[in-house]
Design a protein around this ligand. Structure first.
Ligand code: HEC
Ligand code: HEC
Ligand code: HEC
Ligand code: HEC
Ligand code: HEC
Length: 381
């Protein structure tokens, strides 16, 4: 009798222990990335010191390092974070609230010899906690995101950085392009022209996946701190039939149609083009008053962003390529701009680049990507 109850106790304890261990293992494999964060990180673009040197040092950028340094360097981000959390997403300021000068930025370490890229310390405080979680403060892109778990950290840098746009304006008054990092805007459904973005268009991928960006790019990824999502990431939640291509193929088709519609509009007025400020991608230099006979333009080969502004790559009849920013195309020297900021193609180019720069071809927010592109096509009709 006695012996049997001991046996029972052992059996019960064994079962409890088994489940406790299983639970711990299960949890740790979900939360702690397997593999080696240091070597994975070293292979990722976050470790790219070249970009930090080019964009976030006083030698290369002067006081503009107070702009770019916020997201392109460890030192800039850490200096900026308290200011951001206090409600000011603007450029890095000195503790007394005045604009940062070269001397102050140098002391922070935004110099060619000292600048650091997006290091472990950038994202993690003590004990490897992410520095931001759950809610973001108002971001440089002019909105905030609530209850997005650890994705809040990623959104702090991965947003378009140019303030909130007014979706139904007839004239944005600028040629600004959305930055290369449009992911937070797209997943939260913000900053589109022609499509009302003041209503809630946030994706379930941001709101109901627990940690948003981090769920797909780290927890369910197979590549740890490279933050590359795995090819089969969708299957985790949607079953084995759902693939990345289910979303990317139609969105790519719509992107092509928007580009073709913009190209048609440009070719329709090409006769007016006489002179541009030409940009050279090899040297990153401009040539003022470059004569360009618009009738020679055969194709708008690419819509892109050059130094933060909407730009085009034209292919001429003789095969020559000419790059020019949308606001630097005139009928004649000291003449009139061919594309005013109120021209719908400027808002259309913003939308095109918003979806293109997001980099997921619609995956982050499938319905929003589709609605932005179809609204753009309607506006260009
Ligand atoms: C709000 C944060 C933020 C600010 C401010 C910012 N960037 Fe970025 N930038 C990013 C992120 C994030 C990426 C990576 C986007 C991606 O690859 O999808 C990026 C990408 C880039 C790239 C492309 C890099 C590559 O490897 O292709 C360039 C160039 C760039 N930024 C230049 C600048 C410059 C110049 C400034 C200042 C005028 C600036 N950025 C300010 C967040 C920012
Ligand atoms: C771009 C931001 C970013 C960078 C850079 C980064 N991490 Fe992480 N790391 C994260 C996030 C997000 C998590 C998930 C946090 C969690 O679930 O606990 C994480 C998780 C971890 C964890 C597991 C912690 C835990 O408690 O589960 C370790 C350890 C870690 N990182 C180490 C590093 C190291 C070492 C580096 C530098 C080589 C690094 N990280 C760089 C964002 C980053
Ligand atoms: C401190 C700012 C910052 C934070 C925080 C940050 N990133 Fe980045 N991220 C960048 C910059 C800057 C780049 C581009 C670097 C380059 O191209 O040299 C980048 C690049 C990337 C890339 C590669 C993009 C490409 O074009 O290949 C991915 C993926 C990425 N980040 C995901 C994340 C995720 C997921 C998080 C949150 C865990 C995160 N990032 C947090 C600044 C940041
Ligand atoms: C539902 C899963 C999911 C979520 C959530 C998610 N991503 Fe992605 N992300 C992807 C997939 C899939 C791709 C496309 C990869 C491809 O085409 O190979 C992608 C692409 C990207 C890219 C471009 C990578 C490249 O190589 O150019 C960046 C940067 C990125 N995501 C960052 C983020 C950030 C930041 C967030 C949160 C704001 C986020 N992602 C949320 C799945 C996700
Ligand atoms: C972490 C879980 C998770 C992952 C991974 C995930 N999804 Fe989702 N997805 C969701 C949830 C939750 C919804 C909302 C559910 C609903 O609407 O029934 C959703 C909705 C969608 C929708 C409809 C949303 C819309 O905007 O209309 C599409 C399409 C979609 N996912 C495609 C994908 C693709 C493609 C991938 C892989 C790149 C993917 N998902 C990865 C959780 C996930």
């Amino acid at each position: 009798m006695r012996k049997r109850s001991y046996m029972k106790l052992f059996a019960v304890c064994g079962v409890i222990l088994f489940f406790a261990v299983a639970l711990m293992l299960g949890r740790s494999s979900a939360a702690v990335p397997q593999g080696n964060p240091a070597s994975e990180w070293a292979r990722s673009k976050h470790a790219n010191r070249e970009t930090a040197i080019a964009e976030a040092t006083v030698e290369r950028r002067g006081t503009t390092a107070a702009h770019c340094g916020r997201c392109h360097s460890e030192q800039g981000f850490l200096a900026w974070l308290p200011q951001l959390l206090a409600g000011d997403p603007g450029l890095i300021k000195k503790p007394d609230g005045s604009a940062a000068d070269v001397e102050y930025l140098s002391r922070l370490g935004l110099t060619v010899d000292r600048v650091q890229p997006i290091t472990c310390r950038t994202c993690h405080g003590e004990d490897f906690e992410p520095r931001i979680r759950d809610n973001t403060p108002i971001l440089p892109a002019g909105f905030d995101a609530w209850a997005v778990g650890e994705g809040a950290l990623c959104m702090t840098c991965h947003n378009t950085r140019n303030g909130r746009i007014q979706w139904d304006t007839a004239d944005p008054g600028r040629y600004t392009a959305p930055h290369e990092s449009a992911q937070a805007d797209v997943i939260m459904g913000k900053n589109s022209f022609f499509l009302n973005d003041t209503v809630d268009r946030a994706s379930a991928h941001a709101l109901f996946t627990s940690d948003s960006c981090v769920t797909c790019h780290l927890v369910l990824g197979k590549n740890g701190h490279t933050f590359e999502p795995s090819e089969t990431v969708c299957a985790n939640c949607h079953g084995p039939s759902m693939t990345i291509q289910f979303v990317q193929k139609p969105i790519e088709a719509l992107l092509d149609q928007v580009k073709a519609a913009i190209e048609r509009r440009i070719l329709a007025v090409r006769d007016r083009i006489g002179v541009v400020r030409k940009w050279d991608p090899a040297t990153d230099q401009y040539t003022d008053n470059f004569p360009l006979d618009g009738r020679q333009i055969a194709k708008v080969a690419e819509i892109l962003s050059v130094h933060g502004q909407i730009a085009f790559r034209f292919t001429l009849a003789d095969g020559q390529e000419v790059y020019a920013r949308a606001g630097e195309i005139w009928d004649k020297p000291d003449g009139q701009r061919v594309f005013a900021t109120s021209d719908p193609i400027i808002r259309a180019c913003w939308n095109y680049l918003l979806i293109e720069h997001d980099g997921s071809l619609g995956v982050h927010n499938p319905s929003f990507a589709r609605d932005v592109l179809t609204a753009t096509l309607n506006a260009l009709r």
